[in-house]
Design a protein around this ligand. Structure first.
Ligand SMILES: C[S@@+](CC[C@H](N)C(=O)[O-])C[C@H]1O[C@@H](n2cnc3c(N)ncnc32)[C@H](O)[C@@H]1O
Length: 259
């Protein structure tokens, strides 16, 4: 049944109101902020002791790390929600889709997606690792789904994205945000992509946003016979500290289906 999504015809609010989605890889932000603070202290000491030249140089480095920390904070708290809203808009959802979010964490994408569904449902799978997202816990995403009013459309599974507990062709849409790069072994990342394709029904779409290896994902999707494979840089809103750590999105469609 094709029912218009609640968000169709307009842009869904980017960051689901009421939810708390944490900070991605919080240790990276802590290190940036700690380095900036240390440099500010060194700068102050140098200035007080009349070493102005060295103080100015230290101040420039401190400012650099402060900017990196702000860029990181912006992307994790706001930018991520903006580009996911755009990616989901581009997917032109009808509202009746069955979707899955691989490595859903506290639900930033899963809940944005659920809010666009009417009769559809979204499953989320994760190992809930707190080093990858602050406060990461299945209870945290359940709480977010409840306060965002989508708990009736959400199903959660604890598991590894390399071995999905779903049957072949179960979903119309597979999404994954900043999760697959956490698989350090190339064969594990490939297995995650193979699994993503397996659970996608003919005619279904895949959208993956990640900070690295996205060209690999695009190649593997193409090799597996997926259609309309695209790879796009998500721009300044996807910078994790600076342009040396950007986010890219890979999209693809599985051939076949009702068209
Ligand atoms: C940076 S967080 C991103 C979470 C969420 N997708 C988002 O964008 O807010 C990465 C997530 O991937 C999950 N993760 C990492 N490796 C995983 C694996 N092998 N299987 C399932 N989840 C995994 C972590 O627990 C974490 O929730």
């Amino acid at each position: 049944m094709n029912v218009p999504a609640s968000g169709s015809g307009g842009h869904e609010a980017e960051r689901p109101e009421g939810g708390e989605f944490g900070v991605d890889a919080p240790k990276v932000l802590v290190v940036m902020a700690a380095v900036a603070l240390l440099l500010v202290i060194i700068c102050c000491v140098l200035m007080i002791t009349n070493k102005f030249g060295a103080g100015m140089v230290t101040m420039i480095f401190a400012a650099f790390f402060v900017l990196c920390a702000f860029s990181y904070l912006y992307t994790t708290l706001h930018g991520k929600f903006v580009w996911w809203a755009d990616l989901l808009d581009d997917a032109r959802l009808k509202g009746d889709e069955y979707a899955v979010d691989l490595g859903c964490g506290r639900g930033a994408v899963l809940i944005s997606l659920a809010k666009r569904l009417t009769t559809g449902r979204v499953s989320g799978i994760d190992l809930w690792r707190s080093r990858d997202q602050s406060g990461n816990d299945i209870e945290a995403i359940k709480h977010n789904a409840r306060v965002c009013g989508v708990e009736d459309r959400v199903e959660l599974n604890t598991g590894n994205i390399t071995t999905l507990p779903y049957y072949d062709g179960q979903f119309d849409l597979v999404v994954s945000s900043l999760a697959i790069h956490n698989l350090k072994a190339r064969e594990d990342r490939r297995q995650a992509i193979t699994e993503a394709i397996r659970v996608l029904e003919p005619g279904g779409k895949i959208i993956i946003a990640d900070i690295s290896h996205t060209d690999e994902y695009a190649d593997w999707l193409t090799e597996a016979g997926m259609e309309s494979v695209t790879l796009q840089d998500l721009g300044v809103r996807g910078w994790w500290g600076g342009p040396w750590m950007p986010t890219s999105a890979v999209t693809a469609s599985r051939p076949g289906g009702r068209g």
